[in-house]
Design a protein around this ligand. Structure first.
Ligand code: SR1
Ligand code: MG
Length: 392
């Protein structure tokens, strides 16, 4: 069906009408807005014959309001990324049914049967298949969009389709710069200031962070999800779907694995500090899962680049590549831990700890963990060494 028209911000009624025009949901179709993320509108549109999620990019950062303008092109990147990821791992991403770049709208599979992994972790739940699924998602999407699988010209065209200056700048600033200086975007309790000031005055830490920022900005190795935290994944006991790839761009292999394990480390620390006996068990699960996901990712990624169709690597070259990827993974994990602890984009794992003293204990330990991972990251060459650097 042909749908045209200029950009306008949809309300629930307009979202329902749009979904009804594009999909056969029966009549009547109703919609409710359920978005709880930082950037977009998200509607669940339901009719007698089924339901669908309509996601629309706003021309500004939702949590900040119109004072923080942001281009709507991120909706196109998200649609393109879902299409590409779906061709590699259709069972691990939501199906995409429709994309309208003019209206900055995508229609995707309704995943209401699953829950956002971060929400579950905050309630001490565990997800038995999560590690295996996320490892496969990362190995497949990263290897298959790299120069090992794509011919030289094809790879460069793919990089061009995902040039995403505004979203990359958010990560450059909010993940890799602002938390490492006294920036107005940072958000933390006064009791955390001495620990933050210690980070800001650690010249070696700042130099290692500059290296990570350079890697992020210059190394177009593969299509990264770009924001692979536990709020970007929905799951239950058997199924997993990686959602929200609006930050997708061609970046370093280690970015997604680093961000993902960082969020498991954050969950583990929060649960261990404030979750009682059930929290301690959930924390152990999160740390074990971090180790497993790195191990599974490392094995699959190595096998893929060794047997890749365009540029297969010999054993030694594959080993060297993996060592470099694990070093970057450790470094990005450290930066993600620090920014989720004291930067702009906070997480419920920590903010949900009602007791301020306990919250500060968890946050101080996480700042120390993040510092250690960044300082040591170039010495990390394997999943085991990364977990050792993380203290487990
Ligand atoms: C202004 S956007 C802040 C954060 O929200 C997104 O989910 C990304 O994590 C980004 O860094
Ligand atoms: Mg998101």
């Amino acid at each position: 069906m042909q749908v045209s028209g200029g950009y306008r911000i949809l309300d629930a009624q307009a979202a329902a009408a749009y979904a009804a025009q594009v999909m056969d949901l029966g009549a009547p179709v109703t919609a409710r807005e359920v978005g709880d993320g930082n950037l977009n509108l998200v509607f669940i549109c339901s009719g007698p014959r089924g339901s669908v999620v309509l996601k629309q990019a706003l021309p500004f950062v939702r949590v900040a309001g119109e004072g923080w303008p942001l281009g709507r092109e991120r909706n196109r990147f998200e649609g393109q990324a879902l299409e590409l990821e779906g061709s590699f791992v259709p069972d691990l991403v939501p199906a995409i049914y429709h994309r309208n770049d003019e209206l900055s709208v995508i229609l995707i599979e309704d995943l209401s049967r699953l829950q956002v992994v971060r929400h579950g972790l905050c309630r001490n739940l565990t997800f038995p298949c999560l590690g295996e699924h996320v490892a496969r998602f990362m190995a497949q999407t990263l290897a298959r969009t790299s120069d090992h699988y794509l011919a030289s010209a094809e790879k460069k065209q793919a990089v061009a389709r995902f040039i995403s200056p505004e979203l990359c700048k958010i990560t450059e600033d909010l993940v890799l710069t602002d938390p490492f200086r006294d920036a107005p975007t940072n958000r933390f309790e006064p009791g955390l200031r001495p620990a933050m000031e210690a980070l800001w005055s650690d010249g070696v830490l700042l130099a290692r962070t500059q290296r990570l920022r350079r890697v992020f900005m210059t190394r177009a190795e593969a299509l990264c999800h770009g924001d692979l935290h536990t709020g970007s994944i929905m799951a239950d006991g058997t199924q997993t779907r990686v959602i929200d790839p609006e930050f997708a761009f061609f970046g370093p292999f280690g970015l997604d694995p680093g961000m993902f394990v960082a969020n498991l480390f954050i969950s583990a620390q929060a649960r261990r500090t404030a979750g009682g006996a059930r929290g301690a068990a959930a924390a152990r699960w999160a740390v074990d899962t971090a180790g497993q996901v790195l191990d599974w990712f490392a094995r699959q990624f190595t096998a893929q680049v060794r047997h890749a169709p365009v540029w297969p690597l010999g054993e030694m070259a594959a080993r060297e590549l993996l060592a470099a990827v694990m070093a970057d993974t450790a470094g990005f994990a450290g930066a993600e831990v620090i920014r989720r602890t004291a930067g702009f984009a906070q997480v419920h794992d920590l903010q949900g700890i009602a007791d301020e003293q306990l919250r500060l204990v968890a946050k101080k330990r996480l700042l120390e963990l993040g510092r250690r991972l960044i300082l040591d990251h170039e010495r990390v060459h394997s999943p085991v060494e990364l977990m050792r650097a993380a203290g487990d």
